[in-house]
Design a protein around this ligand. Structure first.
Ligand code: SF4
Length: 359
């Protein structure tokens, strides 16, 4: 992704190589997920040496990789050039589809009460290349496991899936950080992922806690990218206690921004709702949520809470979640229940980096 194409072109000119070599290198890296120049069999030995010495296709490297017991989920701590670390999660389902959850910042300033990342504060923004490189890294890893990784998912223990895709089926910017507090970089990164890795906008999702100016700007970008909004409660006090930025961008402003987005883009908005026992999971909460949602093009994702050590929150029981979901569905609201994957590897955002500094 961070192929410095100008630098590569200079190397080609200096070594007397034809300019079309750049296309060959692009194909190796972006299409085939190969980042080791020595393995690029159609390049001369001298060119491989020079490229390997001067060009780094990836701006990050794997520090830690944890795989869940059922082998469906990988959680990676990634080391950046300045020693900072971020997280990425790769989730596979039984059909062989793969979702990748990537980060947009090192740490996060928002400080959501249920989030491990928020407990550590913000360190810095990621560059567009650092954001996009997470997707390239996922492609490199998926390429290496095609046909070889067998896994089970959740309770479907009798069925065994296997990695089939070399491109992530979905990319979600929902890892460490608030994407709309690093707006320009995420828009550039989406463009890089779209153009260079050829992943269509419909397979890309930006997830925000509700940064109203970001939602309004995003609505006018003319991108075919999905928007997800972490709602978690429509009670102002409860939401502020979970997401402090609700005081800055209260629910009426958030709703107006989302409705404006829907009106301009005619795209569905995904509302994320983490199910916390006794906090936001009563049937009255479900009724209030149904009443709050924009009438058109709303989709709710209910998420079972992945408990952070020493957290004040507990996950809602499966029975409560099922009842909550039924209330929404009975009102005609499309609602998906997200099953937690990788509970055994701290798959919730921020947990791996906070744990022993990611080592
Ligand atoms: S949930 Fe997202 S926005 Fe909230 S603190 Fe964690 S990383 Fe930041």
């Amino acid at each position: 992704m961070v192929l410095d194409e100008e630098h590569i072109s200079n190397i080609l000119a200096e070594t007397g190589e034809k300019p079309f070599r750049l296309n060959q290198i692009r194909r190796w890296v972006y299409t085939r997920g190969m980042v080791d120049f020595h393995q690029m069999s159609d390049l001369s030995a001298a060119l491989k040496e020079r490229l390997a010495a001067e060009i780094k296709p990836l701006s990050l490297e794997i520090k830690t990789r944890l795989t869940s017991r059922d082998k469906s989920t990988d959680k990676l701590a990634l080391l950046l050039h300045d020693g900072q670390m971020i997280e990425m999660v790769i989730l596979r389902n039984l059909t062989g589809r793969v979702s990748v959850c990537i980060s947009s910042q090192v740490g996060c300033a928002v400080g959501c009460a249920f989030c491990a990342t928020g407990q550590g504060g913000i360190c810095r923004n990621l560059t567009a290349e650092e954001i996009a490189d997470q997707v390239l890294l996922a492609r490199v890893l998926l390429k290496s496991e095609v046909g070889s990784r067998k896994y089970e998912v959740g309770s479907t223990k009798s069925e065994v899936g296997g990695t089939k895709e070399t491109l992530p089926s979905n990319v979600i910017i929902m890892g460490m950080g608030e994407p709309f507090l690093n707006y320009d970089a995420i828009v550039q990164a989406l463009d890089l992922v779209n153009r260079r890795l050829n992943i269509g906008g419909r397979r890309l999702t930006v997830s925000t806690v509700g940064i109203v100016p970001g939602i309004r700007k995003f609505a006018s970008e003319n991108l075919q990218v999905n928007l997800a909004v972490s709602l978690h409660s429509v009670d102002p006090e409860v939401r502020s206690s979970l997401i402090p930025i609700n005081d800055t961008y209260p629910l009426p402003e958030l709703k107006a921004a989302v409705e404006n987005y829907i009106e301009l883009t005619r795209r569905k908005v995904f509302f994320e709702y983490i199910m916390l026992s006794g906090v936001n999971d009563s049937f009255a909460d479900a009724q209030a949520l149904a009443a709050w949602l924009p009438e058109d093009l709303s989709h709710v994702n209910l998420i079972r809470y992945n408990q952070v050590a020493e957290s004040e929150f507990d996950p809602s029981s499966p029975e409560v979640i099922a009842g909550f979901q039924k209330i929404l569905q009975d009102k005609g609201i499309p609602t998906t229940l997200r099953h937690p994957m990788g509970d055994d590897i701290q798959a919730a955002c921020g947990q791996l980096v906070l744990r022993k500094g990611g080592s």
